[in-house]
Write a protein that binds this ligand. Structure first.
Ligand code: ZN
Length: 175
């Protein structure tokens, strides 16, 4: 038997849900764990390296990440109520993309290392020191929980161009 995981439809820019602030999770139960598994399945299918619950339309503070390389063993991580507790002055730049803003990439500068407090898939309190791609990915996903997108970190001109393009595409689809 086992529980079948479900690939969920992704919320795409300019859906206003992406600007919603997600609510803290009060209880880690089997329903929440199923949601985490569905999120992982959806992320792997896309494919992507991170996904916040709001990206499948669920405004709760949970995200999943896997920054393992192609060909390596999968390293799925589940973060519930993640909170940045420290961040370095040193910064790093990565080219970022987002499953909710398909086929658009831009360089974003963020703190190079961060400390994050969170609950894992079992509801256990954890503290992680992240650097490299994981640090960037965590900050990108935690932004989602606050209604912030990576295009908010680029120039206003570029951001407005992207939003306009996606608004036009959504309109075309609606006809
Ligand atoms: Zn994203």
């Amino acid at each position: 038997m086992g529980t079948a995981m479900t690939i969920k439809p992704l919320i795409i820019l300019p859906d206003p849900l992406l600007r919603q602030v997600s609510k803290p999770i009060e209880r880690v139960d089997s329903d929440l764990q199923r949601l985490a598994d569905d999120m992982l399945e959806t992320m792997y299918d896309a494919p992507g390296i991170g996904l916040a619950a709001i990206q499948i339309g669920v405004p709760r503070r949970m995200l999943v990440i896997d920054v393992s390389r192609e060909g390596e063993e999968k390293q799925p991580l589940v973060f519930i109520n993640p909170e940045v507790v420290k961040s370095s002055d040193e910064r790093s730049v990565y080219e970022e993309g987002c499953l909710s803003i398909p086929d658009y990439y831009a360089e974003v500068e963020r703190p190079a290392t961060i400390g994050v407090k969170y609950l894992d898939r079992d509801g256990k309190e954890q503290l992680i020191d992240a650097d490299g791609l994981l640090a960037t990915c965590l900050q990108h996903e935690i932004d989602h929980l606050n209604g912030v997108l990576f295009i908010d970190h680029i120039s206003r001109l570029k951001r407005e161009m992207v939003i306009k393009k996606f608004a036009k595409a959504a309109k075309a689809k609606a006809i």
